[in-house]
Design a protein around this ligand. Structure first.
Ligand code: PLP
Length: 364
């Protein structure tokens, strides 16, 4: 046998991320409730800007994303020099991993955490340590117990996906207080805007005041721009400096920068999206519970439903039943939750379709 090119040895352990499935067409309308996308689409103003960008495709984007960063800083009252932007928040996690994780290092995430954290740690050759949760919620004591001299990053999605649960700000602060100063705490606020709880905060303040906290946000969920790939992070100056050293020069593309700015300014669309999520999440949870199913108390733009193992109505069959009839939701076997399905809040019609099919499935 001739010698073949060998990828880095750590890549053998990497399990590919499994994205939400597009629905198949079954003649009638079909709905994708599998990726927590905005059911109202994107802001009409953002779409108009995207169309205008067609005449500028030959031009390189501004690699420093100066205008977009200025707009984010203005909106949230931030120091522009501490902002980083990425092709989705995923790219910011990747840049953090490239800057801080190597073979022999460890990063910590929790039992049912967003899958990307472990994947990128492994890509770097670092160990992805996963610690138990309590009641599908991150457990600060378990995280702190897992810290070793090799720990470089603690990842916390707050609220988390796929569970939808959150840690109150006091608990986040207790976690931060318990971490050694050389460990970075990454607070992933992908769903921050959806949370309606007085004891919640996304961590902007903590990221402003500490030397080891990074907070990330995304345009993929509330702003409905998942397809464009734009996220941002707020970090201490020394972390921004490290990220700039691994960042590709034009990581956020030209239409993405312009469209994200337009989306940020369209408050009417944001408010309509939030109002829709508030009422439809509440309705979805209430109606699923009325079917006799358990639902995890979540605060994002999705609900997580438990199917009874014993009564011949397992989650995997519900997933297939809905999929065959034009509605895709997310199976959570890969998240150690084989009996749960995650249903994104859809349009009223999409949610109705999911509820009708669930009712039929349980009756059948
Ligand atoms: C959807 C999601 C993101 C956002 O990813 P993008 O790369 O910004 O699209 C980040 N974290 C969590 C937990 C998510 O569910």
């Amino acid at each position: 046998m001739t010698d073949r090119a060998k990828p880095l040895p750590q890549l053998a352990d990497v399990k590919a991320y499994v994205p939400g499935e597009a629905p198949k067409s079954c003649g009638g309308p079909s709905y994708k409730l599998a990726s927590n996308e905005n059911p109202l689409g994107a802001s009409p103003k953002a779409k108009a800007v995207y169309a205008e960008m067609a005449s500028k495709l030959e031009i390189y984007p501004d690699g420093t994303a100066k205008d977009l960063k200025a707009a984010i800083a203005r909106k949230h009252g931030l120091d522009v020099s501490r902002l980083v932007v990425g092709a989705g928040s995923d790219e910011i996690f990747l840049m953090l991993a490239r800057a801080y994780l190597g073979p022999g290092d460890e990063s910590i995430s929790t039992e049912h955490a967003f899958a990307i954290y472990a994947i990128i740690a492994q890509q770097q050759g670092a160990k992805a340590v996963e610690v138990p949760e309590k009641n599908f919620t991150a457990d600060v004591d378990a995280i702190l117990k897992a810290v070793t001299p090799r720990t470089k990053i603690v990842w916390l999605a707050n609220p988390n996906n796929p569970t939808g649960t959150y840690l109150p700000y006091d608990e986040v602060k207790r976690l931060h207080a318990g971490l050694p100063s050389q460990v970075l705490l990454v607070l992933d606020g992908a769903y921050a805007e959806f949370v309606r709880k007085n004891d919640y905060a996304s961590g902007i303040e903590l990221a402003s005041q500490s030397d080891n906290v990074v907070m990330t946000r995304t345009f993929s969920k509330l702003y409905g721009l998942a397809g464009l790939r734009v996220g941002w992070g707020y970090a201490p100056a020394h972390v921004v400096d490290a990220i700039e050293r691994v960042r590709m020069p034009f990581n956020v593309n030209l239409p993405a920068q312009a469209v994200a700015m337009a989306a940020l300014e369209d408050e009417a669309f944001v408010e309509a999206s939030l109002a829709h999520n508030d009422s439809e999440l509440e309705r979805l949870v209430r109606e699923v519970r009325a079917l006799g199913l358990e639902v995890i108390d979540g605060v994002g733009n999705f609900c997580v439903v438990k199917f009874p193992e014993m009564k011949g109505k397992p989650a995997a069959e519900a997933l297939a039943y809905l999929k065959d009839r034009g509605v895709t939701v997310r199976g959570l076997g890969g998240y150690r939750m084989p009996n749960h399905l995650r249903i994104s809040v859809g349009t009223v019609a999409g949610n109705n379709a999911a509820l009708k099919l669930l009712t039929e499935f349980l009756d059948g």
